[in-house]
Design a protein around this ligand. Structure first.
Ligand SMILES: Nc1ncnc2c1ncn2[C@@H]1O[C@H](COP(=O)(O)OP(=O)(O)O)[C@@H](O)[C@H]1O
Ligand SMILES: [Mg+2]
Length: 592
C-alpha cells in the first residue's frame, strides 16, 4: 500500500505541469465549471453578508423606528438565505455534473490506455496495486472536484472578505483579533494533528495484539502441541500493557488539548469581546457590530482551521493526478480495432526465427535467448523441449509479440513481424497455456471469447471438438454454468478444454501450446491431448511439452538449453545422438 506521505506531491513546477494536463479532460465542460464557480463565489459572498445583517438586527432596537427596522433587516436576512439556498443548489449540481463527466472520460481514457500498454509495463507493476491505485487516485479527484475546490474558494473568500469587513467595522479590534486568533488556531491545528498521529500509533499496537490472538487461535494445534500456552500468554500480556501505556500517554495529550482549547480559543474570544466592550464603552463600536464581529471571527477562525485540511487534500490530488498522467504518458502498443477473427488475406502461418536474441527489459543483463533460428512451415508441428528455465515460454511471448527481439527478427509468412498490425497478427494465433485463467462468467461467455459473435451452433461444435461438450452437458445449467472467479469451479482439465474450445472458435493459422497438458492427471490429459491433436490439424503448431511422449510425432523437435538451440531434428534422429540432450531427457522420462 502507498503511504499517505508518499501520495502528497511536492508542489513544484514539474508536478504542476503534469497536473495541468488534467485540464484536457475538464475542458469540454469548462462553461459549466465557470458558471459553478460564479455560483460558488455568490454563495460564499452571501454567507459573508449574513453576520453583518444579524448585527444590524441587534442594533435595530437602538433606534426610534424599531419595528420597521426589524422587519426590514429580517426580510433582507430571509432574502439572503433564500438566494444562498438556490445558488448553492445549482452550484452543487453543476460541480457534480462536471466532475462525473470529467471522471467518466478520465476513467475511460485510463482504461483504454492501460489495456493497450505492452506486457513489459505489467511486468514492472503489480496489477492489484495498479488497479487500487488508479481507483483511489480517481476517487481522490472526485472529492477534490466536488468538495475540496469549493471549500478552498469558500474559505478564501471568507478569510479575505471577513477581514476586510472587520477592518471597516473596527480596525482597532480587527488588529487585536488578528494578533491572537490565527496563532491560537494554528497551534490548535498542529496539536490536533499530533494527537491524531498518536491515536494511530495506539491503533497500530492494538492491531498487533490482535494478530497475536488471531495467529495463536488459528494455529492452536501448534500452540498446544508445543506446550507454548504460557509463552503466548506472556507475549500477549507484554503487548497489551504497551497498548495501555501508549493509550494513557495519549490521554494526557488529549487532556492538555482540551485545556488548551478552553483557555486558548475561548480565552481569545473572551479577550476580543472584552476589548470590544471597551470600545462600546468609549462609543467607538455598536453592540450589533460587536455581535457580528464575534461571528465573523468565528468564521475566520474556522476557515483558517479548515484551510490546513484543504491544502493537504489539494496536495494529495495533485500527487494523484501526477501519477495518473504518468501512466497516460507510457507508450502503448500499436493496436487497431479489427474484427475478432478476421483472417489476414492469404496468411499461411509460416513462422521463422532468424538469429533472435532477447533479454527482458526488467533484467537487461541476463540474456534469455541467444542466436535462435528455426522455421515452422505452414501446417507443420514443431516441438520445443528443454529443461525448465531454458526460455521456452519466452519464445512464446516473442511469437505473440509481447516483446520485441533485441536483435534478429521473427518472420511471419516471410514478412517481419513489425510490418504487421499487432492486432491482426495476434488474431492469426491462439495459445493454450499451462494454467488457463477463465473470466468469471458462464462457460458460454468463456468459449465465445475466441469469437465474440459466434452462433450457438458454432459454440456447441467448438465445445464438441474440444471434448468439452460431454462435461458441459452434465452440468444442470449446461453452457450457462458459472465458472466462478478465474474459473475455480471447474477442474484443471475442464478449464483446459474450455480454453481449447475458445481456440477452435478463433480458428488460428498458428497454434501455440505451452505445456498445455503438464498440470493434468493422466485421465484428463488423454481427453485434452485428443482435443489438441484435432485442433492442430492443418495449422502451424508450436508445441512446448514437458512429457516427451507427446512430441514424438512432431515434424521437428527443437531442443533448447539456457536460451540456445542445442539440437534440432526428428525424434528418431535425436534419440540416436550420443550424449544428446534430448536422448538424456527421454531416457530419464522413460526409465520408469
Ligand atoms: N517477465 C520476466 N522478466 C524477467 N525475467 C524473466 C521473465 N519471465 C521469465 N524470465 C526468465 O527468463 C528465463 C526463461 O524463462 P521461461 O521462458 O519462462 O523458461 P521456460 O518456459 O523454458 O521454463 C528464466 O531464467 C526466467 O527467470
Ligand atoms: Mg514455461
Amino acid at each position: 500500500m502507498m503511504s499517505e506521505e508518499k501520495k502528497k506531491a511536492k508542489l513544484n513546477k514539474e508536478t504542476f505541469r503534469k497536473s495541468l494536463k488534467l485540464y484536457k479532460y475538464i475542458k469540454p465542460y469548462r462553461g459549466e465549471f465557470a458558471v459553478g464557480l460564479i455560483f460558488l463565489l455568490l454563495s460564499s459572498a452571501a454567507n459573508l453578508a449574513f453576520p453583518k445583517y444579524l448585527g444590524d438586527l441587534v442594533d435595530a432596537t437602538n433606534t426610534d423606528k424599531i419595528v420597521e427596522n426589524i422587519q426590514e433587516v429580517s426580510l433582507i436576512l430571509i432574502g439572503i438565505l433564500v438566494a444562498q439556498a438556490i445558488v448553492s443548489f445549482f452550484r452543487v449540481v453543476l460541480f457534480v455534473n462536471v466532475t462525473e463527466k470529467t471522471l467518466a472520460s478520465l476513467r475511460q481514457a485510463t482504461y483504454t490506455h492501460l489495456i493497450k500498454l505492452p506486457i513489459s509495463f505489467f511486468n514492472k507493476k503489480r496489477v492489484g496495486e495498479l488497479n487500487s491505485r488508479i481507483s483511489s487516485d480517481i476517487s481522490l479527484l472526485q472529492e477534490t472536484f466536488t468538495t475540496t475546490i469549493a471549500e478552498f474558494i469558500r474559505q478564501l473568500v471568507i478569510i479575505i472578505g471577513g477581514v476586510v469587513i472587520l477592518l471597516f467595522t473596527s480596525p482597532k479590534l480587527t488588529l487585536f483579533m488578528l494578533a491572537i486568533l490565527p496563532v491560537v488556531v494554528v497551534i490548535a491545528i498542529f496539536f490536533g494533528r499530533f494527537i491524531r498521529k498518536y491515536s494511530k500509533d495506539v491503533q497500530g499496537q492494538v492491531a498487533e495484539s490482535n494478530t497475536i490472538v488471531e495467529e495463536t487461535l488459528q494455529g492452536i494445534f501448534n500452540v498446544k502441541a508445543f506446550a507454548n500456552e504460557f509463552l503466548e500468554m506472556g507475549r500477549y500480556k507484554t503487548k497489551i500493557n504497551e497498548v495501555a501505556r501508549t493509550g494513557m500517554k495519549g490521554g494526557k495529550y488529549r487532556g492538555a488539548f482540551s485545556s488548551f482549547i478552553i483557555l486558548g480559543l475561548f480565552g481569545a474570544i473572551v479577550a476580543v469581546i472584552w476589548q470590544g466592550v471597551n470600545l462600546i464603552a468609549t462609543g467607538e463600536l455598536k453592540t450589533g457590530e460587536l455581535f457580528s464581529f464575534v461571528i465573523y471571527s468565528g468564521f475566520i477562525g474556522g476557515s483558517i482551521g479548515g484551510f490546513a485540511n484543504v491544502y493537504a487534500n489539494i496536495q494529495k490530488a495533485i500527487g494523484a493526478t501526477e501519477e495518473l498522467m504518468e501512466i497516460l504518458e507510457e507508450p502503448t502498443e500499436d493496436l487497431e480495432e479489427t474484427k475478432s477473427n478476421e483472417k489476414l488475406e492469404g496468411f499461411k502461418g509460416k513462422l521463422s526465427f532468424q538469429n533472435v536474441a532477447f533479454e527482458y527489459p526488467s533484467r537487461q543483463d541476463m540474456q534469455v535467448l541467444n542466436n535462435i533460428s528455426f522455421d515452422a512451415l505452414p501446417g507443420e508441428q514443431v516441438a520445443i523441449v528443454g529443461p525448465s528455465g531454458a526460455g521456452k515460454s519466452t519464445l512464446v511471448s516473442l511469437i505473440l509479440r509481447f516483446y520485441e527481439p533485441s536483435s534478429g527478427q521473427i518472420l511471419y509468412d516471410d514478412k517481419n513481424g513489425i510490418d504487421y498490425n499487432l492486432s491482426s497478427l495476434r488474431n492469426q494465433m491462439a495459445v493454450v497455456p499451462q494454467d488457463v485463467l477463465l473470466f468469471g462468467g458462464t462457460i458460454r461467455e468463456n468459449i465465445a471469447y475466441g469469437k465474440p459473435d459466434a452462433s450457438e451452433e458454432e459454440i456447441i461444435a467448438a465445445a464438441n471438438q474440444a471434448n468439452a461438450l460431454e462435461f458441459i452437458q452434465d452440468f444442470p445449467e449446461g453452457l450457462e454454468t458459472l465458472v466462478g472467479e478465474r474459473g475455480v469451479q471447474l477442474s484443471g482439465g475442464q478449464r483446459q478444454r474450455v480454453a481449447i474450445a475458445r481456440a477452435v472458435l478463433k480458428n488460428p493459422s498458428i497454434l501455440i501450446l505451452d505445456e498445455a497438458t503438464s498440470a493434468l492427471d493422466s485421465e484428463s490429459e488423454n481427453l485434452v491431448q485428443d482435443a489438441l491433436d484435432k485442433l492442430m490439424v492443418g495449422r502451424t503448431s508450436i508445441v512446448i511439452a514437458h512429457r516427451l511422449a507427446t512430441v514424438r510425432r512432431a515434424n521437428k523437435i527443437v531442443v533448447l538449453d539456457k536460451g540456445e538451440i542445442v539440437e534440432t531434428g526428428t525424434h528418431d534422429e535425436l534419440v540416436d545422438l550420443e550424449n544428446g540432450m534430448y536422448r538424456k531427457l527421454s531416457e530419464l522420462q522413460f526409465a520408469h
